[in-house]
Design a protein around this ligand. Structure first.
Ligand SMILES: Nc1ncnc2c1ncn2[C@@H]1O[C@H](COP(=O)(O)OP(=O)(O)OP(=O)(O)O)[C@@H](O)[C@H]1O
Ligand SMILES: [Mg+2]
Length: 260
């Protein structure tokens, strides 16, 4: 089976002004298979969000290529949905209208079948009773669920999530992790999930990519062989701490090397 997402020798340099260049990523190589859940962990500033912008087609790499379904990404495509750190909902629109907003933005109107589909998605994220409320009437976790439903409205094959739960308190974050797994099992997608949390990465992913400090490159690809469905008992699984330790060692060794 051909990989869904492929990074081939990708490097990226930002040109902040005429003299100053920032090498954000260097020689990134990895692939993601259909319906695989891949997490990316790495220190702040190592280029995780840059990686995300390349995969969504918001930017092209300075070197190498990013391919989705075997085609090089040049511009944003509907096959890729994005969930950001903050849900950035439009406060004057209802929850339902926020979910259908990408369709309105693309086509100028929203067909009644699309509204029905939006209601199905709200049900999927457990918010059908809140369809006609405004975002301000929802908690942070509920707003983030609206963000997930909105990302799914264009029926993307690939879901990219940039630290989607980092603004939530620890308990809501854990609950949202399990919610995401439930949604992913009901509506299978290929997921690239960026996080600062090692435990979150081990809990959710089939494979974790560890990035080095800037210029970021992938220093480890760790398959997570824990049974699914994952739940509270996964946290107590004997291999959970083992995987988390491997990831921690990679991240802290690289940090130490940098400070020597
Ligand atoms: N538009 C830009 N212009 C210039 N430099 C940039 C730009 N965007 C990011 N950078 C630089 O590229 C590097 C990687 O940034 P990026 O946002 O991808 O890191 P990150 O891993 O997502 O960090 P964090 O974990 O803090 O979100 C940083 O040094 C950053 O300063
Ligand atoms: Mg970032």
């Amino acid at each position: 089976m051909k990989p869904f997402v492929c990074f081939n020798k990708v490097s990226h340099q930002y040109q902040s002004n005429t003299t100053h260049k920032v090498q954000a990523l260097t020689d990134i190589n990895f692939h993601i298979n259909k319906h695989e859940f891949v997490a990316v962990v790495g220190p702040s500033g190592c280029g995780k969000s840059t990686l995300l912008k390349l995969i969504t087609g918001l930017m092209s790499p300075s070197e190498g290529s990013v391919e989705i379904f075997g085609k090089t990404m040049h511009e944003p495509r509907n096959e890729v949905g994005i969930v950001f750190q903050k849900p950035t909902l439009l406060p004057w629109l209802s929850v339902l209208d926020n979910v259908t907003f990408p369709l309105k933005h693309q086509h100028g109107k929203v067909a009644s079948e699309a509204k029905q589909y939006a209601m199905t998605l709200l049900k999927l994220v457990g918010l059908e009773q809140f369809a006609h409320q405004r975002p301000a009437q929802l908690s942070g976790g509920m707003q983030q669920r609206v963000g997930i439903a909105r990302a799914l409205i264009l029926k993307p094959e690939i879901l990219i999530m940039d630290e989607p739960f980092s603004a939530l308190d620890a308990l809501s974050r854990e609950i949202m992790g399990f919610e995401l797994l439930r949604i992913w099992e009901e509506e299978p997608k290929t997921v690239l999930f960026i996080t600062h949390s090692i435990n979150e990465a081990v809990l959710l992913a089939d494979k974790v990519l560890v990035m080095s400090p800037r210029p970021g490159t992938v220093v480890e690809e760790l398959p997570i062989d824990l049974p699914r469905p994952r739940n509270n008992t996964t946290l107590k699984h004997e291999k959970f701490a083992y995987y988390a330790d491997i990831l921690r060692d990679h991240i802290f060794q690289k940090h130490a090397a940098l400070n020597e």
